[in-house]
Ligand binder design. Structure first.
Ligand code: MN
Length: 309
């Protein structure tokens, strides 16, 4: 998988800092650096163009797409050039669907939240009028305004994976396996609630279908006949609703953590996060991070190093 987009100057600086420990010896022509982070090769060019190559290119790049959104309010659509986009839009937008999405997998602090919803054809105009779209394209205030309205109207199933549980399970599960298990969980739970007249079950694709089914092979109940779509939040109303409800629940949990720690926590996984993590570890001890953060992220090592200095 290869993902290419242009980053802003402030993000460029952050990337240079972030990938320094992973720099490769040789730098390609016109590149600022080339780095290898587990299975992804990252090349940043002087022009600001950045290229992610490898199996987890989507996950690695999502960190920076997120940063662009959060710091610059810039939305990067990596599927911009897809010719069949309009075609898919028509196919999925106006039918009854069940869909799922997750939030928090790129944030060091806070839980992972997964949600599945059922949106019948009849509810689509109501949701469109409400302004439902991909949660990444909505402000937090808008999400807080419309999520309660969505929840009143449509059936959903929500699961919050708190940090303690995440940290206890992460050693045996990689992030994609964890996501697959969680999507499977909310989808099967929702399907048991009623006999919904859906035409398709859609997951916002984060893994190859074959891999997805491998990941859930140990689950008691398994979802079948899933349509995997990239950028599904834009094309499928149930996925858009799932992304909004997940985000809404995530924001609430995040606020709880902030209140408990009497501080403002940064989102994402950048330098600000390291600084804050360091501060928290100094006040409450390093163990505190187990309760509030995703320990498997590289931030933990950086925090430990910072504490030594
Ligand atoms: Mn998603």
């Amino acid at each position: 998988m290869t993902i290419v987009f242009k980053v802003s100057d402030n993000i460029k600086k952050k990337m240079i800092e972030f990938y320094k420990p992973f720099y490769k010896e040789k730098t390609p022509p016109y590149a600022v650096f080339q780095a290898q982070n587990t299975d992804v090769v990252i090349t940043l060019y002087e022009s600001g163009k950045v290229m992610f190559q490898g199996i987890s290119a989507d996950i690695e790049s999502s960190i920076w797409i997120d940063q662009e959104k959060r710091l610059n309010n810039r939305v990067i659509d990596i599927n911009d050039k897809k010719k069949d986009k309009k075609e898919t839009k028509k196919t999925f937008y106006n039918i009854s669907t069940i869909g799922s999405d997750e939030v928090g997998t790129g944030d060091y602090f806070g839980p992972i939240v997964v949600c599945a919803t059922y949106v019948s054809k009849e509810n689509i105009p109501f949701l469109t009028d409400l302004g439902v779209r991909d949660s990444k394209k909505l402000t937090d205030d808008k999400i807080k305004e419309i999520a309660p309205e969505i929840i009143k109207k449509i059936p959903y199933s929500l699961y919050i994976l708190d940090n303690k549980t995440y940290n206890a399970n992460h050693d045996n599960l990689n992030m994609n396996k964890m996501k697959a298990i969680l999507h499977n969980k909310v989808l099967t739970t929702l399907l048991k609630k009623d006999n919904y007249a859906y035409e398709k079950i859609v997951i916002d694709q984060f893994e190859y279908p074959k891999k997805f089914y491998e990941h859930i092979s140990d689950a008691k109940e398994k979802i079948r006949s899933v349509t995997f779509l990239t950028k599904a939040e834009d094309q499928v109303m149930s996925v858009a609703c799932a992304s909004i409800i997940s985000r809404y629940a995530f924001l609430k949990e995040f606020k709880k953590l902030e209140n408990e720690l009497h501080t403002i926590l940064p989102l994402g996984a950048g330098n600000e996060v390291d600084k804050k993590g360091c501060e928290i570890a100094k006040t409450y001890g390093l163990e505190k991070l187990e309760e509030i953060a995703k320990i498997s992220f590289k931030n933990t090592e950086k925090i430990k190093t910072m504490l030594k200095d």
